[in-house]
Design a binder for this molecule. Structure first.
Ligand code: ATP
Ligand code: MG
Length: 463
């Protein structure tokens, strides 16, 4: 046998039944984005490295050490390109907005989802390929849209039944205000230089605000006693912050002000926020965002304000699991039992008609050993979680009929259905309309049995 090859470290396969949780979350997000009138964008995974250097900042962990960046092979003109796998998607989205002049007819609300890549130390909640869902509002300057974005995230928590997150909020003010603060911050850290770790010392002059973001417990005291940015904010910045808080309060969105919340990225101004949890260890931030009014200009566009957030899909799903939230398992409406291979043409024709009518049907297909016995097919039907079995016995087929057996209501009742009238009875097999999205019918699921992968009656949670 050939040597076995495994996935790259920190990059995960997402397989059934786990993948059903992803599909469920994605469907909920799609529905919610439409309700908030955010429109989907899809940008490439590879971008010019320069985009991230400019858009994220040279002195950030991402650009300094986490990016998968490489020199591409030279083209026929001998030109090699410096390319990078996107470590986040705000820079790419903003590039696309500028490149396609999307703000020419006014502001835009956009969202995306997809894989991101960072060469980090893999651990729970921290992977080298991970997935984000993001929402960005471009061209809006007021605190109302900051609030809208926070309400959008909160609506998502509600729709998926996530309860163990809290909102932390801060204002970074404007660049001029930060410059005043920065001078005092440097003075403070210089005075206590012996307390800084290597990263801290390196950032002392390049990016002292980021020292506040340290995860090193040994630096806790020196960070706690540092001058607070809030004391340097002018009237306009304060009014923006107050405007946001008023909308959140009117919507009963609880928050705490975290003066040390500065975010990992350098292009933020005014509002910054994170949704955090205590249940995922050190990887407790499930969603982070804020205003980045300077980014569009920095990437070469006409200056325009912007605000957005990104959430980590793996962390959200992990937290749901941690909470014991059950997610509807994707079980078929019916399982087709086929005792005789000669019946297959007629069986597949019937199943095709059922699926056209929206019924989810799993067929018992032959393995390398051929078709299984009737008894073992019945067992498989049961194990599939299907609500009905459709038994295509030779006798019934000869009469132009199929037997319908109830698998879940305890009755085991059997009735027959005419093969010439499939369209007329197909709907009775459907446990839920095929166009249904999870967010619509199911706001939150009680954390009891019937978890993913343990097939159970779908009807009980969705009807
Ligand atoms: P952290 O402080 O945890 O490293 P970050 O500040 O680097 O997060 P952002 O760049 O703001 O994170 O990305 C937004 C969200 O994406 C994070 O809040 C987190 O949920 C998720 N995320 C970031 N990096 C990873 C990763 N390596 N693996 C899984 N999820 C991640
Ligand atoms: Mg990080």
């Amino acid at each position: 046998m050939a040597e076995k090859l495994n996935a790259v470290k920190g990059m995960n396969d997402i397989l059934p039944p786990e993948s059903a949780r992803w599909e469920w979350l994605e469907a909920t997000v799609r529905d919610l984005m439409a309700r908030f009138a955010y429109r989907n964008v899809r940008t490439p995974i590879l971008e010019h490295t320069a985009l991230f250097v400019r858009g994220i900042g040279e002195v950030t962990d991402i650009v300094e050490k986490e990016m998968y960046a490489f020199e591409d092979r030279s083209d026929k003109h001998g030109q090699a390109e410096h390319l990078a796998m996107r470590p986040e998607n705000t820079a790419g989205l903003v590039r696309a907005v500028i490149e396609h002049n999307m703000l020419y007819d006014g502001p835009k609300r956009l969202w995306y989802t997809g894989p991101m890549f960072r060469r980090e130390k893999p651990q729970r909640g921290r992977y080298r390929q991970f997935h984000q869902i993001g929402a960005e509002a471009l061209g809006f300057g007021g605190p109302d849209v900051d609030a809208e974005l926070i309400l959008l995230a909160s609506a998502l928590w509600k729709a998926i039944g996530l309860t163990d997150v809290r909102l932390e909020l801060n204002s970074l003010g404007q660049p001029a205000e930060r410059a005043l603060h920065r001078a005092q911050l440097i003075a403070h850290f210089e005075k206590h230089a012996e307390r800084l770790d290597e990263d801290g010392k390196r950032r002392l002059h390049s990016n002292p605000l980021r020292i506040l973001d340290t995860k090193n417990p040994a630096m806790k005291d020196v960070v706690e006693s540092a001058p607070r940015l809030a004391e340097f904010l002018g009237a306009e910045s304060l009014a923006h912050f107050e405007g946001l808080k008023a909308i959140l309060e009117a919507n009963d969105i609880a928050y705490t002000i975290n003066p040390r919340l500065v975010r990992g990225l350098d292009y933020y101004n005014l509002t910054v926020f994170e949704f955090v949890t205590d249940r995922l260890g050190a990887q407790g931030t499930v969603c982070g965002g804020g205003r980045y009014d300077g980014l569009i200009e920095q990437i070469g566009g006409k200056p325009a304000p912007a605000v957005g957030w990104a959430m980590g899909v793996e962390r959200v799903l992990d937290l749901l699991k941690e909470q014991g939230t059950a997610i509807p398992a994707p079980v078929p409406d019916a399982y087709a039992i086929v005792p005789d291979a000669a019946s297959m043409p007629l069986v597949l024709r019937t199943l095709q008609q059922l699926r056209e009518a929206g019924v989810r049907v799993q067929m018992h297909a032959a393995t390398a050993e051929g078709l299984a016995s009737f008894k073992s097919q019945m067992k498989k039907a049961d194990g599939s979680g299907a609500i009905h079995a459709l038994i295509f016995g030779a006798d019934e087929l000869a009469r132009g009929e199929v037997t319908l057996k109830a698998l879940r209501d305890g009755s085991g009742a059997q009735t027959t259905r005419s093969l010439s009238e499939v369209a007329a009875w197909a709907a009775t097999l459907q446990s839920s309309p095929p166009t249904e999205t999870p967010g619509r019918s199911q706001v939150s699921v009680p954390p009891s049995g019937g978890g993913l992968g343990e097939p159970g009656p779908r009807g009980s949670t969705t009807n």
